[in-house]
Design a protein around this ligand. Structure first.
Ligand code: AMP
Ligand code: MN
Ligand code: MN
Length: 320
């Protein structure tokens, strides 16, 4: 049904989640380019700024924060969104576009949209986009190959995470055959840090607390730390994983103070990232706080205080 619907569409708006990661960005770029090559009018939308590390991707400038009048589109495609609200402020307006397609791999996907391709066994949404491009008979060029490779490479944590599956290796191998320089991607994404990021890492590591049973680690990051190290949200990517590497730790938590929302008043809000190295399903925990994700990586947003969040999080360690 997805394929038929995509073939019949003429003017498409592709959307993905706020604070986009490599999977969100790679998926939207690859599918967008494929559909454009089929002669369709395609616009790529994201509410948030695109992190600097992804700016090497061909076509990245086509992801815009202004979709124009939504009445222009006959079809919307949501990529890597477990819930349409992940799109941000435009979610309601997007839901009114006549045909809504949902392509995702989150366990917690709500099943929104008229047509869906949801596969929690997929390593990434990029893997699903590759399948769709193949099924549509689109020849993958080097720009699409870089996008798909980046989607899979980032969502599997460079093939370190448990979602790494044979297809992830197979597709990435094909993308290298089609022109991706894997060394270039690795350098761009994971090997080039500003001094500020290292200083930020130092500050965040200094906040580590471990639960009494040793199975949970909690760190936090404040807006003040970003100011002091002259870093930005771009530099936060991946920090949560450091606390997961500690011996015996099963769940790592990073509580991140978010920027105040325009008109949001004085209240801080926090993005809480959860990572599990196995037995504990952090998607279920995030879901209970109104968030979502995968069993090994999930997150939620909250307006409660830092002290309260820490208290709640440490209480979790009693159950595992
Ligand atoms: P993060 O900790 O921000 O890297 O997010 C980890 C995982 O949780 C990713 O797969 C996200 O797509 C998902 N996620 C992040 N924030 C939210 C949220 N507020 N609601 C639902 N899912 C989220
Ligand atoms: Mn994502
Ligand atoms: Mn993903």
């Amino acid at each position: 049904m997805i394929l038929k619907s995509l073939k019949e569409s003429r003017r498409l708006l592709l959307v993905t989640h706020v604070r986009p990661d490599g999977d969100a960005i790679g998926s939207i770029l690859a599918l967008g380019r494929g559909l454009s090559l089929m002669g369709k009018t395609v616009r790529l939308y994201n509410e948030s700024p695109i992190p600097a590390i992804f700016r090497f991707l061909p076509g990245i400038e086509q992801i815009v924060s202004d979709p124009g009048p939504l009445s222009d589109y006959d079809t919307a495609v949501a990529l890597d969104c477990s819930d349409l609200s992940r799109v941000g402020g435009l979610a309601d307006a997007v839901s009114r576009i006549p045909t809504l397609i949902n392509i995702d791999h989150h366990l917690t996907n709500t099943g929104f949209g008229a047509h869906q391709m949801i596969d929690p066994a997929a390593s990434s949404t990029g893997e699903l986009v590759y399948q769709i491009l193949m099924d549509l008979g689109i020849a993958i060029d080097s720009a699409m190959a870089y996008a798909i490779y980046t989607a899979i490479f980032t969502d599997t944590g460079s093939f370190l995470f448990q979602n790494t599956n044979p297809k992830a290796f197979y597709i990435c191998g094909r993308m290298v055959e089609l022109g991706v320089n894997s060394y270039t991607v690795a350098q761009k994404l994971f090997a080039t840090y500003s001094l500020g990021r290292l200083k930020l890492l130092n500050m965040v590591l200094d906040t580590i607390q471990i639960s009494r049973n040793g199975k949970l680690s909690v760190m936090y990051l404040t807006q003040e730390m970003l100011r002091e190290t002259e870093t930005s949200v771009d530099d936060i990517n991946g920090l949560v994983n450091y606390a997961k590497h500690i011996e015996d730790v099963q769940v790592a938590v990073l509580i991140q103070e978010s920027q105040r929302l325009p008109g949001g008043g004085d209240r801080s809000h926090y993005h809480v990232s959860l990572r599990s190295n196995g037995p504990v399903d952090v998607a279920a925990i995030a879901e209970s706080y109104g968030g979502g994700g995968h069993s090994g990586a999930a997150a939620y947003t909250t307006y409660t205080s830092l002290a309260e969040i820490k208290k709640n999080v440490f209480r979790l360690s009693d159950i595992f």
